[in-house]
Design a protein around this ligand. Structure first.
Ligand SMILES: [Zn+2]
Ligand SMILES: [Zn+2]
Length: 154
């Protein structure tokens, strides 16, 4: 996996990044916050180890907030076009939640699960056989396993 390289960036091209390892998982989140952040029906998130994501070009701006559980989160975005690139936690869990739609090859953002079905838009029908969660998953292991199988990483 040492030569693995997966690239992505923002809408305007000012911000470019590279991943040096495959994401650990990808899922679609239908929570109300992700609907607003993505300006869409749901967000596709890829969990990536922080040390495998490298900003090659551009500058990240940052917005911080506190979630209902009291945890501190932040989002980082291209300072030129404003496209959200990734989310992180403080204290760090060692993982960035990368916005999957910023990947050049969006196959890697194929959702292995759909979370927060409780707030999914009423027209949304989950794909057959998808892993579904009413809210936040408590254990991401099944999602990681499903993702690895989907991506042929096993
Ligand atoms: Zn969400
Ligand atoms: Zn940009």
């Amino acid at each position: 996996m040492t030569d693995f390289r997966l690239t992505g960036g923002c809408q305007c091209g000012a911000l470019r990044y590279v991943l040096t390892a495959p994401p650990l998982l990808a899922y679609a989140c239908h929570c109300k916050e992700c609907q607003r952040i993505s300006a869409s029906a749901f967000a596709t998130s890829c969990g990536v180890l922080r040390e495998t994501m490298h900003i090659e070009k551009g500058e990240l701006g940052r917005i911080d907030w506190t979630v209902e559980s009291g945890a501190h989160r932040y989002g980082e975005f291209c300072t030129v076009c404003g496209v959200r690139i990734r989310h992180g936690d403080e204290p760090s869990r060692g993982i960035f939640s990368l916005r999957g739609g910023t990947l050049d090859d969006k196959r890697w953002a194929t959702p292995a699960a759909h979370t927060w079905q409780a707030s999914a838009l009423e027209w949304f029908t989950p794909p057959e056989g998808a892993l579904l969660y009413d809210g936040q998953p408590t254990d991401y292991t099944p999602i990681m396993q499903r993702y690895a199988a989907l991506m042929g990483l096993q």
